[in-house]
Design a protein around this ligand. Structure first.
Ligand code: HEC
Length: 131
């Protein structure tokens, strides 16, 4: 009797597991397609080596979690396509992207901005971001 119940419950759990796996694999991604492409650009160009998202990454440059709230997307795309010469004695040029990659990347940053971060990055006493 115990064995039968055990087998029944195991089979039920397995079927439930399979069903949930199949259903969830078919759910639409919450991330727009262009943002997914932008995430790949972000990873391929190793932007995280200097910038942080949600506080993770390199501390050489600004946190970009909410950059799209501060800057217009046209500014960001221009910045990435034609990056300015950087501060002396640091790096010669900011990494550049082609226009399609830059547009996708900005879509990714816009998506990142919509993720609730409970106030990250924290603000300094004077109200500016602590970067
Ligand atoms: C070698 C380090 C480094 C890498 C790699 C890097 N950045 Fe930057 N980035 C910087 C620095 C430093 C600044 C600030 C430049 C300044 O203040 O003059 C900056 C500035 C920016 C800005 C402008 C922020 C603003 O407030 O105007 C954006 C947007 C940006 N980076 C995006 C990216 C993206 C996207 C990538 C990947 C393709 C990337 N960065 C890779 C160092 C880097």
């Amino acid at each position: 009797m115990k064995l039968r119940i055990f087998l029944l419950l195991s089979t039920l759990s397995f079927v439930l597991f399979l069903a949930i796996t199949l259903i969830s694999s078919r759910l639409p991604s919450p991330m727009p397609e262009k943002a997914v492409a932008g995430k790949i650009v972000w990873q391929r160009n190793n932007c995280i080596s200097c910038h942080t998202l949600f506080g993770h990454g390199g501390y050489k440059a600004d946190d970009l979690t909410h950059i799209t709230a501060k800057e217009k997307s046209s500014y960001l795309i221009n910045y990435l396509v034609q990056p300015p010469v950087m501060r002396p004695n640091k790096y010669t040029h900011h990494p550049a992207l082609d226009e399609a990659d830059a547009k996708n990347l900005v879509q990714y940053l816009e998506f990142v901005h919509t993720i609730p971060t409970l106030g990250w990055p924290p603000l300094l006493d004077n109200g500016s971001e602590n970067l």
